[in-house]
Design a protein. Sequence first.
Length: 289
Amino acid sequence: MMEAATATARTGPALPARAWRWLRRNALLIFAGLAVLYMLVPILVIAAFSFDSGNAQGELDFAFNAFTFEYWRNAFGNPDVNDSMIKSLQLASLSMVVSTAIGTLMALALVRHQFFGRRATNLLIILPMATPEIVIGAALLSMFITYNLDLGLTTLFIAHVMFSISFVVVIVRSRLIGFDRSIEEAAADLGSPPLTTFRTVTLPLLAPGIVAAALLAFALSIDDFVISNFNSGTTVTFPLYIFGASLRGIPIQVNVLATMLFAVTVIAIALVLWQQRRAEQMAAVRPDV
């Protein structure tokens, strides 16, 4: 027994014990990695089958035939897919600009000004985010019918701006809450007018939050199906086209365009993260005494 104890003391803890300690230290990272992989698997499957030579109708039978670039070279060969994508891009761009402008101004008012109903407004801003989309879509449809508005691109634009504003306000407001007001005060002490201070000091420091909010509003708009299905009329966006085409076979160009959108989104997010880190580094700079 003495020899066994001496050998254990020399070699250290048993392998299962060391493995268990390593697992406890890295359990959170492993869980986060598995969660991210779980979310990315459907996107990776779509990307992989966009290169399948025997998948002309976009049927995911998990039988990869042969690798080909044919569908990527002819990514815009389906007019119906192109029209629906163009409508979605136009709608998402317009709603992004309007919702970002309105949401940023609302966030500034909620954080920097005291007025009657401010607390109630903060609560009401959260309600569209917590309300099921089917309820919002049905309510908007009832409103449009009540006011005799023809369903189409205009009603879609109103609906998308409505549900995007809340997300913009929350993101920009969180950026404003941690904002260092002493920088603005220093600019005012040096004689800078309020508009110039906002343009040269406040807006550049808020830019990462505003850009992040704008990208989220764009993503929410181009991805929306439930609310759009209620208020689209004869207008067919990209998600609505995919839903309709799924009954007869989704064209392979849908997989290609979806992969392109995902790649552009990843690049945009990387640029936003880089800009945020750069802004934090600039904000952390202090003059030497």
